[in-house]
Design a protein around this ligand. Structure first.
Ligand code: MF3
Ligand code: CO
Length: 256
């Protein structure tokens, strides 16, 4: 599959979809406190999607025929859950938890996709450090989104920052191109070595999503068919932005 660069008008549409994503993640951030359930967040996201006239990119998503359609509009991945956790009425957030919320929509034919990890109340120093390091890794990766660099320079920035802090990087899930589809080529592994893969040029739009682990990077899938957890059940953390390469600085579509 080949990579199609986006015209300025398309990047404008990707921006509008991502502004909806950003607003929903802001809404979830306000809800991210002890006593709230992940289903409360799901309901808030569903009602926002409706008001915005958008369509969920996740609900009923089925990457292959041997997978169940994804049953929610959010992925809510708490503590040892890495990604693709399913919101649940019985899942009550507790002080000290960390929670990744991932959200995507289609609006006017284009997809927005982003994720953030929230601290629930006061968290341990270790958990706070993992969150900070993952967010820093994403920022360092975004800075690599300039013409002349290659796709693996983005992943290399993530891997170096993560491993320098003593964390591991998930191998089994990757970032991706994004446009009229949620998942477009190229894949964006969160790994080096640098200088490999597609040459970055203006109009390339990638969803960059570092997934860092306290312990092993090896993961398992729970019986629900979706939820990805660390094999050692230690903490994992996930952030994601949709980012366009321009002639100048990287354009982060999913933030203010
Ligand atoms: N941000 C995730 C991704 O890019 C969201 C997919 S969740 C799914 O793969 F449920 F839709 F699969
Ligand atoms: Co994504």
């Amino acid at each position: 599959m080949h990579v199609r660069l986006k015209a300025r008008s398309e990047i404008e549409k990707l921006r509008r979809a991502n502004l909806i994503v950003r607003d929903v993640l802001d809404l979830c951030q306000e809800l991210a406190r002890p006593g709230v359930t992940t289903w409360d967040m799901e309901e808030a996201a569903r009602s926002y999607i409706q008001r915005a006239g958008a369509r969920s990119a996740f609900l009923n998503y089925q990457p292959s025929s041997d997978m169940r359609p994804y049953p929610a509009v959010l992925c809510t991945s708490r503590n040892e859950k890495v990604v693709h956790g399913i919101p649940d009425r019985r899942e009550i957030l507790e002080e000290g938890d960390i929670l990744s919320v991932d959200f995507g929509v289609f609006f006017d034919g284009y997809c927005g996709d982003a994720a953030r990890t929230y601290a629930i109340g006061k968290v341990s120093d270790q958990a706070a450090h993992l969150i900070r390091t993952t967010e820093e890794a994403l920022e360092l990766a975004i800075a690599k989104m300039v013409p002349g660099n290659r796709v693996s320079d983005v992943g290399d920035a993530i891997q170096r920052h993560a491993e320098a802090a003593g964390y591991s990087v998930v191998r089994d899930f990757v970032g991706h191109g994004i446009g009229q589809e949620m998942h477009e080529p190229p894949q964006v592994p969160n790994l080096g070595p640098p200088g490999r893969g597609l040459l970055l040029s203006p109009g390339l739009v990638l969803a960059i999503e570092p997934m860092l682990c306290e312990g092993t990077w090896k993961v398992s899938i729970l019986d629900d068919g979706w939820t990805v957890v660390t094999r050692d059940r230690k903490l994992a953390c996930h952030f994601e932005h949709s980012v366009a390469v321009t002639e100048g600085d990287p354009l982060v579509l999913s933030r203010r």
